[in-house]
Design a protein around this ligand. Structure first.
Ligand SMILES: N[C@@H](CCC(=O)N[C@@H](CS)C(=O)NCC(=O)O)C(=O)O
Length: 221
């Protein structure tokens, strides 16, 4: 049987945090796909979004005639379509917690998302953060620590091996790096900083970062 080849509709790599999530997941698990890029800062952005995604938002995944939208439902769709791959942790309890922390990322952290927009390839000077952002950072640290300590012994990721939960938190790692967030100022005992470092060293993250840098150099050039 021929291998499934998906099409993933994404936004600009430097800015589109939601797009990074399924892209990283698919790269990591070697799921074949073509990228369709919508320039979220281009003049025909609205038309392109509506044409490519029922919600008018990216990411969206095309599997033959089927279009699936929203990062978490794309991840769930892929986990079901490739049940032979450990997109979620295999252990019953770990899987339930991985789903909880992924859903929490998907539905919360508004302060962090709004006040520290992803700007993947840039490093910005550290600045004062609002109480809301500080609370979000503390909660992220708490989640990473819980996962690493309770479920992470088999590897360097939240549940040991890389899963959907790591893909969901990858843009947060990028934000911490861009805005020079010192995790130890927010109660990290080193666990969260180490996790962030390990995730950022993934070759797939390097690939996304190189493409992000190229995008912004074209904008600035
Ligand atoms: N809940 C959605 C959020 C998707 C979203 O907000 N995507 C942004 C880009 S990161 C978007 O498409 N914005 C449209 C625009 O900029 O016009 C998901 O998880 O996929």
């Amino acid at each position: 049987m021929a291998e499934t080849r998906y099409q993933l509709v994404i936004g600009n790599k430097n800015y589109s945090s939601w797009s990074l999530r399924p892209w990283l997941l698919m790269k990591r698990f070697c799921l074949a796909f073509d990228e369709i890029m919508v320039n979220l800062r281009g003049p025909s952005r609205h038309e392109e979004l509506v044409q490519n995604s029922p919600s008018g938002l990216v990411p969206a995944l095309r599997d033959e005639g089927l279009v699936i939208w929203d990062s978490l439902s794309i991840a769930e769709y892929l986990a079901e379509a490739h049940s032979e791959l450990p997109l979620w942790p295999e252990d019953h309890d770990a899987k339930a917690i991985a789903r909880s922390v992924s859903a929490e990322m998907h539905s919360r952290f508004f302060h962090l998302r709004n006040e520290m927009a992803m700007d993947f390839a840039r490093i910005r000077p550290a600045r004062d953060v609002s109480d809301g952002v500080a609370a979000d950072i503390r909660r992220v640290i708490e989640i990473w620590r819980l996962c690493r300590e309770k479920y992470g012994s088999g590897g360097e990721f939240l549940f040991g091996g890389f899963t959907i939960a790591d893909a969901m938190y990858a843009p947060v790692v990028s934000r911490f790096r861009t805005y020079d967030v010192k995790l130890s100022d927010y109660g990290d005992d080193g666990t969260a900083a180490q996790y962030a470092k390990d995730l950022f060293e993934m070759p797939e993250i390097g690939e996304w970062g190189a493409a992000s840098a190229k995008e912004i150099s074209h904008q600035e050039g």
